[in-house]
Design a protein around this ligand. Structure first.
Ligand SMILES: [Zn+2]
Length: 289
């Protein structure tokens, strides 16, 4: 396990790895709260964002590698046979063409990391650009929330856009039921590592069972935020996105993250913001007034 020693402080190596890129409609990225046609405006909008990254993060932890989200597979743009309205979703969020070498597995190997050393794969949620590289990790413990599993599995999951027919046949994740066990401002948490430096906390809204990963490092905490918001700015300005099934919960999750950041320097790393990589390298915390 590689780790750097800086002025006597043990620093874990953390990688931000973009597996492909995605464009989404502008109304998907930022939506109007209370708009009864929010989903229609999202799917039929003709204005798109620039290419956004699809970051997976990898922590070289002494207890084993922790992979947070797994990006997309090379065939992510292939038509989805079911349900038919997924065509609309594919138009409103489309992926850059990529080779199989850009999938998460080969990218780990390119960095000298072995798939066999992956102890946990934590999925912030089960959208296709977060669970699309699962097939690389048949031996790892895969961790999701009970609530996300409930929302995404079976026919019910497919009808609301989860591509569960693409899950590997062996997929049988560990389901987290959060305990009332406060961690900072988060009432509910699940401690992942024995060392007690990695915690999973519920940040629902963007999806019903969305969670974020908090890593205590020195005197700051790094928040691997998945799609809790698509960028730090959208967190600070408290915007909802176009597809969140529970916008009220999304706003509540934003508030909790910002309350946490007011108490402890927090480096905020969403999956779809290029600047997250720079903030990670600089360990630049959310500015708090
Ligand atoms: Zn998502």
């Amino acid at each position: 396990m590689q780790a750097a020693q800086h002025a006597g402080i043990f620093k874990m190596k953390i990688h931000a790895i973009s597996t492909g890129k995605v464009k989404i409609t502008q109304n998907w990225q930022v939506a109007r709260e209370g708009d009864p046609l929010r989903l229609a405006h999202t799917l039929f909008d003709r204005r798109f964002t620039d290419w956004l990254p699809i970051f997976c993060y990898v922590i070289e932890h002494p207890e084993g590698l922790i992979v947070i989200d797994t990006g997309i597979p090379a065939n992510a743009n292939d038509p989805v046979w079911f349900p038919p309205w997924m065509r609309l979703v594919q138009r409103a969020a489309y992926f850059d063409r990529m080779s199989s070498e850009e999938e998460i597995g080969p990218q780990l190997q390119k960095r000298g990391l072995s798939i066999n050393d992956v102890r946990w794969v934590v999925l912030t949620h089960l959208h296709q650009d977060h669970d699309g590289g699962l097939h690389h990790f048949p031996q790892a413990e895969i961790v999701i929330t009970q609530a996300e599993w409930k929302a995404a599995a079976g026919l019910k999951g497919r009808l609301v856009g989860y591509l569960n027919q693409r899950w590997p046949k062996w997929f049988s994740p560990t389901l987290i039921e959060f305990k009332n066990d406060p961690y900072g401002v988060f009432t509910y948490n699940h401690q992942l590592t024995l060392a007690g430096d990695v915690h999973l906390v519920p940040t629902p809204g963007h999806s019903l069972g969305h969670m974020s990963v908090l890593l205590q490092e020195d005197s700051h905490v790094i928040c691997f935020a998945g799609d809790a918001s698509y960028s730090q700015e959208l967190l600070l300005t408290d915007e909802i996105d176009g597809i969140a099934p529970n916008p009220v919960a999304q706003l509540r999750s934003h508030k909790q993250i910002l309350e946490f950041a007011a108490q402890t320097p927090l480096i905020y790393l969403p999956a779809h913001e290029w600047d997250a990589q720079r903030r990670l390298e600089a360990r630049e915390a959310i500015p708090c007034s």
